[in-house]
Write a protein that binds this ligand. Structure first.
Ligand SMILES: *[C@@H]1O[C@H](CO)[C@@H](O)[C@H](O)[C@H]1NC(C)=O
Ligand SMILES: *[C@@H]1O[C@H](CO)[C@@H](O)[C@H](O)[C@H]1NC(C)=O
Length: 420
C-alpha cells in the first residue's frame, strides 16, 4: 500500500513536470512564430529550438570550471577544432560595424588583401546595414552570421571600426592592423573561438556575477543579467560568473559558427530587436555572453602568454618570461608616472615662487639641485628600460614567427611541418 502511494505521488510529480515543460515549449514556440522575421528570409524550423539541435552537448558551467581538471578536459574536447590539412590556406573575412561618419580607410590602406564585410549601423540606405540600429555590434555580428550561414569562410574576424584603441593588444601597439596580420589561422581553427584581446583586465577571470543582488552603477548589466540569461539560455542554469577579456572583438572558425543552429542566431537577433534594455546594457551582456554561446564555458580566459604566442606569434619563451617582461613594462610605466607628477609639481612650485609669495619655502615642492639630479636619474632609468623592453619585444616577435617555437611554448605537439 505504502509503495503504491509513493508510486502515485512520484508519477503525479513527473506528470506535473512534464506539463510545465510542455507548456513552456508551447509558449516559446508561439513566441518565436509570432515575431517578425528579419534579414534574408530563411527556411528554418524555429519551433524545436534547443541546444541539442546543434548536436553539441554542453555541460553546466560552474564558477570553478577554469580551475578544475575535469572541466579542463571537457573544455579541451570542446575546443579541439580540426585544422585544415597541412599546407592548406584559410579563407578569412573581417566583419566590421561602422557608423556613417567613421573613417575606416585604414582597412583598405593597410589590409588590401583581406575580404571585408562592412555594415553601416546608422544608414539604412547603405548597401549593407542591419535591420535596425540597435544593440551595437551584437546586431551586426548576428546579421552577418544569419546572412552568410551557408557560405561562411574558414575564419570570420569580428572587429570594431577603429584601428587604434586602448583595448587592443598593447604588445601589438594597440593596433588592429597588426592584430589581424599576426592572427594565426591555425590557432583560430584549433580553438574555434578566439578573443582578439589577450590581456585579462578587464573581463577575466570573472567579471559579471549574475546572482549579485547588489546594485552596482559600474556594472548595471549585472542587475538584469539573470533575467536576460533565462531568456537567452532557457535550458542552462545561470552561471555564478561570466568572464572573458573585454570588448567584443573575436575570431571564429566556420565549424564553430555552424555548431550553433541558424534558428538560434535568429532567435538572439530578435531578442536584441525586442529587448527593452538600453543598447549599453544589452551590448555589455553580450560582451560576456559570446564565449558561452560558442564554447559552452562561462569563463574563457586563456593564459596571456599562450594567447599572445599561439594566437599572434609574440613568444617570450614561457609564462615566466612573459611575466618578467610585463614587470619591466609596469616598472617603466610607474617611473613615467612619477616623472610626470614631479614635473607638474615642479612647474607649479616654480610658478608659485615667481610671485614671491609662497613658493620656495615649501620644501616638498622643490628640493633644490638634488631634485634635478634625481629626475635626471629617473629619465635615464626610463630610457634604459625602454631599450630593454623594445629589444625583448622584438625578440618575442622573431621567436613567434617560427611555428615550432609557438607549438613548444604552448605545450602543443610539434608536427615538424610549417604551419601558418
Ligand atoms: C581617414 O583617415 C586617413 C588616415 O588613416 C586619412 O589619411 C584620411 O584623410 C581620412 N579621411 C577623411 C575623410 O577624414
Ligand atoms: C606644499 O606642496 C604640497 C604638494 O604639492 C602641498 O600638498 C602642500 O599643501 C604645500 N604646502 C604649502 C604650505 O603650500
Amino acid at each position: 500500500m505504502f509503495v503504491l502511494r509513493k508510486l502515485f505521488q512520484l508519477s503525479a510529480v513527473a506528470a506535473f513536470i512534464f506539463l510545465v515543460s510542455f507548456l513552456r515549449k508551447l509558449e516559446t514556440h508561439e513566441e518565436l512564430q509570432g515575431q517578425p522575421r528579419v534579414g534574408r528570409p530563411r527556411d528554418v524550423s524555429v519551433g524545436n529550438f534547443s541546444w541539442s539541435q546543434s548536436g553539441k552537448k554542453i555541460s553546466n558551467s560552474k564558477y570553478d570550471d577554469i580551475f578544475n581538471e575535469e572541466a579542463d578536459i571537457r573544455k579541451a574536447q570542446l575546443n579541439s577544432g580540426r585544422s585544415n590539412p597541412l599546407g592548406a590556406t584559410h579563407t578569412r573575412v573581417m566583419v566590421v560595424p561602422r557608423m556613417k561618419d567613421e573613417n575606416i580607410s585604414w582597412i583598405a590602406d593597410e589590409l588590401p588583401d583581406l575580404d571585408t564585410v562592412i555594415y553601416v549601423a546608422n544608414d539604412p540606405s547603405a548597401p549593407l546595414h542591419p535591420p535596425k540600429n540597435k544593440g551595437h555590434e551584437v546586431m551586426i555580428y548576428l546579421t552577418y552570421i544569419i546572412d552568410h550561414y551557408d557560405d561562411l569562410p574558414d575564419i570570420v574576424i569580428f572587429m570594431h571600426a577603429h584601428r587604434w584603441t586602448h583595448h587592443n593588444n598593447h604588445l601589438l601597439g594597440h593596433d588592429a592592423v597588426q592584430m589581424i596580420r599576426r592572427l594565426s589561422s591555425d590557432y583560430v581553427t584549433r580553438k574555434g573561438y578566439v578573443n582578439m584581446r589577450c590581456e585579462w583586465y578587464p573581463g577575466c577571470p570573472e567579471w559579471l556575477h549574475p546572482k549579485n543582488a547588489q546594485e552596482s552603477l559600474a556594472k548595471q548589466e549585472e542587475q538584469v543579467l539573470s533575467r536576460s540569461w533565462m531568456e537567452l539560455f532557457p535550458t542552462h542554469p545561470i552561471p555564478k560568473a561570466l568572464g572573458q577579456a573585454c570588448c567584443a572583438q573575436f575570431a571564429l572558425s566556420r565549424e564553430r559558427i555552424l555548431s550553433v543552429s541558424l534558428s538560434q542566431f535568429i532567435f538572439y537577433r530578435d531578442w536584441i530587436m525586442r529587448t527593452p534594455l538600453s543598447d549599453y546594457v544589452s551590448g555589455r551582456i553580450w560582451e560576456y555572453t559570446w564565449q558561452f554561446l560558442f564554447t559552452g564555458q562561462s569563463i574563457v580566459c586563456p593564459a596571456e602568454h599562450v594567447c599572445y604566442c599561439d594566437g599572434f606569434g609574440v613568444c617570450f619563451g614561457g609564462d615566466t618570461e612573459y611575466r618578467d617582461f610585463e614587470r619591466l613594462r609596469q616598472t617603466k610605466e610607474g617611473y613615467e608616472r612619477v616623472l610626470r607628477e614631479s614635473r607638474t609639481r615642479r612647474a607649479a612650485g616654480l610658478q608659485m615662487g615667481e610671485d614671491g609669495q609662497h613658493g620656495n619655502n615649501n620644501a616638498s615642492v622643490i628640493k633644490g639641485d638634488n631634485d634635478f639630479a634625481s629626475l635626471n636619474h629617473l629619465e635615464k632609468q626610463i630610457d634604459a628600460l625602454e631599450e630593454e623592453i623594445s629589444d625583448r619585444r622584438k625578440a618575442a616577435l622573431e621567436r613567434g614567427n617560427n611555428p615550432e617555437n609557438r607549438a613548444r611554448e604552448c605545450g602543443r605537439y610539434w608536427e615538424g611541418e610549417l604551419r601558418s
